[in-house]
Design a protein around this ligand. Structure first.
Ligand code: AMP
Ligand code: ZN
Length: 458
């Protein structure tokens, strides 16, 4: 049995899937106007952990992650850069997919783009107007009338009368009632070439309706889990919940899960503090993707995690301890077993308890210490070792932090060696020629502070 803290009921609850053995989950994806930053990846890693735990516990997962490819930020960027919206968003979507692959995040089953679902959004808005939950104003914008949904504010425990005090009033909100939020925004000159025709004239959808329309299209009007970072709770998820429940007369989602923020050196990440990182900044500084995974997963998802470049050594040594043990075991016996050591149950109990990764890691490292001591004393049987191999493989199916044994073809390794000789002799033209040859054979060579590294060019 797995239990999670449900942001809607504010309680830890046992997870009961709608269909036996199946989980339908929707996770709010990136807004593709720039590279995702490491804070975004904290949330995407929490969602990856959740999915990996479900899979390891035998569930079949249907995972949808949307791509927000139209909103204020994407439009602004396309206008400033004088580029088509699609050119901007497809570039950053590609970069996002590359980033999640490099972090070993399991890919979603579907990545719907908001701009491919405008018809579904219009249909939902029409339905809301018909049912009296939404109204059009003179300029052609449409707003959701929050007074028509008695449960509004449930996710954040907010009184409807106090909402406007907590919000920055913008064109997201109605002039009639500052709490009512936009479902459809009428066209303005600053939107440039981005608009769609609708029953209310030219315009574009509000951000919240995008996720309602896409989640329902791919997962149905009632599904199991909806996730995001804490900042998504309000207003995004509160609004999604209101408009979906009202349009569909359905509970919409059973469990709402939110991960806390990633901080950098104890502060909020911001460009002005010079602590704003994207993944390539970490890799350029010699971080391995697995080291970032470890730092994020070693904190519980509902606590803030503090990232610092200085924590690289801590992550490296934790990973090395496990992979050295893996080496020691497999050198003796490479087999795995259907059984596990006794610590396995406790490890799983931690994961099943609202994804308690710090607890699971503590049990796992105690076991690593014990197994190393038994190895030193030559006290492990072949079966013990096979059970150990299985535990480490299971562990890594959840954490995915151990180095993958990528087989580098000998001719690629030889080319890399040759390039290194050119570089030592400062023959840059020769070194570039070999780099191109390596690339033409489907590999990339990356110079890191730890020396050159070969990567499969996927
Ligand atoms: P965005 O690309 O801004 O739509 O955000 C994508 C996801 O990242 C959302 O689920 C946000 O809640 C989450 N997020 C944004 N900033 C942070 C942060 N500093 N730490 C953790 N999650 C974040
Ligand atoms: Zn969303």
């Amino acid at each position: 049995m797995i239990s999670f803290y449900n942001s809607l009921t504010k309680k830890k609850e046992q997870f009961e899937p709608i269909s036996d053995g199946k989980v339908k989950m929707y996770t709010c994806g990136p807004t593709v106007y720039d590279f995702s930053h490491i804070g975004n990846f904290r949330t995407f890693l929490f969602e990856d952990l959740l999915k990996r735990v479900f899979i390891a516990f035998g569930y079949e997962v249907d995972h949808v992650m949307n791509i927000t490819d139209v909103d204020d930020k994407t439009i602004k960027k396309s206008v400033i850069e004088k580029k088509e919206l699609k050119d901007i968003t497809s570039h950053y979507t590609e970069a996002f997919i590359k980033d999640i692959k490099s972090l070993r995040i399991l890919e979603a089953d579907t990545y719907p783009n908001a701009t491919d679902h405008i018809d579904e959004m219009i249909e939902m808005i029409e339905n809301l107007i018909k049912k009296g939950h939404a109204y059009q104003i003179d300029d052609g914008s449409v707003f959701f009338k929050i007074d028509t949904f008695s449960k509004y504010g449930a996710l954040v425990n907010i009184e409807k009368s106090n909402i406007s005090n907590d919000l920055e009033i913008s064109d997201e909100y109605s002039a009639d009632n500052a709490n009512d939020f936009a479902l459809w925004k009428s066209y303005k000159e600053e939107d440039g070439k981005t608009y769609w025709d609708s029953p209310w004239g030219r315009g574009r959808p509000g951000w919240h309706i995008e996720c309602s329309a896409m989640s329902v299209k791919y997962l149905g009007s009632h599904f199991d889990i909806h996730c995001g970072g804490v900042d998504n709770k309000f207003p995004h998820h509160e609004n999604e919940l209101a408009q979906s429940c009202c349009a569909l007369d359905s509970p919409f989602v059973n469990y709402w899960l939110h991960s806390e923020f990633l901080m950098v050196d104890g502060n909020k990440m911001s460009k002005s503090l010079n602590n704003f990182y994207v993944l390539s900044d970490l890799f350029d500084a010699g971080f391995e993707p697995e080291e970032f995974r470890y730092l994020v997963l070693s904190a519980h998802y509902r606590t803030r995690v503090n990232f610092s470049m200085k924590r690289k050594r801590e992550a490296k040594s934790a990973i090395a301890r496990i992979s050295n043990t893996r080496e020691r075991l497999t050198e003796i016996n490479n087999e795995s077993s259907k059984d596990y050591p006794e610590e396995f149950k406790k490890f799983n109990a931690c994961l099943a308890n609202d994804l308690d990764t710090p607890g699971a890691l503590a049990i796992f490292f105690d076991w690593i210490r014990k197994i190393n001591s038994l190895l030193d004393q030559n006290k492990l049987s072949t079966e013990d070792i096979a059970r150990g191999n299985s535990f480490i493989s299971f562990f890594d199916s959840i954490f995915a932090i151990l180095p993958q044994k990528e087989i580098i073809p000998p001719e690629i390794a030889a080319l890399a060696e040759k390039r290194e000789q050119y570089r030592i002799n400062r023959d840059w033209a020769g070194s570039d020629r070999i780099r191109s040859e390596i690339e033409s054979r489907g590999w990339l060579i990356k110079d890191t502070v730890n020396g050159p590294k070969l990567l499969k060019n996927s």
